[in-house]
Design a protein around this ligand. Structure first.
Ligand code: SF4
Length: 242
């Protein structure tokens, strides 16, 4: 048997062919239903791994989490929240007071400035209360669309989808969004369009946690994943032509 034939007769390509045929008959709605059912059964509890007590603490932790792991942020925030337990006290902090708490996190100078700026704006413009719309949150220093989506989704269960590196990668691999969706905003719009509104806040965590622990960037653990039969990436990797 030639190497080519051996390759085509191995179980993985045959599985790929089966899944390819399955996907041809699967509508977008069925595809989403399969993925949602899978996560509902296998990840019934899906929450942020950031540790927080209230909207102020979640906002601070989320600003700090940009380009940084939740684990590292969680090691840092207890001391910050002890010294600055609310937005009013944080607004009075000087750069040199706050910086030492943040220096072990990525981009410490910018994040120190952003936290103090955010606190001042919340005190001056929002009467000391963390605003709870994406548009208002995005007016705060250090808060982009992703952070605003996280805060409104986690605190208020608003149907907003924060697209971080895991959500971006995993949703494209599974085939929930087309490969042509080139920006986080394009991915966000596609997911919002197709996931039932009541599940959007949960789906955000499903995709993040799946990307963090199973569908890893370099070596996805496909053998441990129950999404093989609908996953475009898996089918491509295991197709007979590969
Ligand atoms: S089958 Fe593999 S690539 Fe597809 S979602 Fe699962 S882990 Fe990721």
């Amino acid at each position: 048997m030639t190497n080519r034939l051996k390759k085509n007769c191995s179980p993985a390509p045959l599985a790929g062919l089966f899944y390819l045929l399955l996907s041809c008959t699967m509508t977008r709605k069925n595809h989403y239903s399969f993925v949602i059912d899978y996560f509902e059964k296998n990840m019934p509890v899906a929450e942020t791994e950031l540790v927080f007590e209230d909207p102020y603490e979640l906002l601070v932790a989320t600003i700090l989490s940009a380009q940084c792991t939740d684990k590292r942020v969680n090691m840092t925030t207890p001391a910050i929240f002890k010294k600055y337990p609310n937005v009013q006290l944080l607004s009075k902090a000087g750069f040199d007071d706050l910086f030492p708490f943040i220096k072990s996190i990525s981009y410490p100078s910018n994040k120190t400035k952003h936290l103090i700026g955010m606190a001042n704006k919340v005190v001056e413009q929002f009467k000391g209360k963390i605003p709870m719309t994406v548009e208002e949150l995005m007016q705060l220093p250090g808060v982009g669309r992703k952070t605003a989506n996280v805060v409104t989704s986690v605190i208020d269960h608003q149907p907003n989808m924060a697209v971080d590196t895991h959500v971006f990668r995993v949703s494209k691999r599974i085939g929930l969004v087309p490969q042509t969706a080139a920006t986080p905003f394009a991915v966000e719009k596609e997911l919002i369009k197709n996931i039932p509104e009541a599940l959007i806040h949960k789906a955000h965590h499903w995709l993040i946690l799946h990307g963090r622990y199973v569908c890893l960037a370099r070596n996805p653990k496909c053998g441990q994943c129950g999404l093989q039969e609908v996953c475009h990436y898996f089918k491509k990797e295991n197709s007979a032509d590969n």
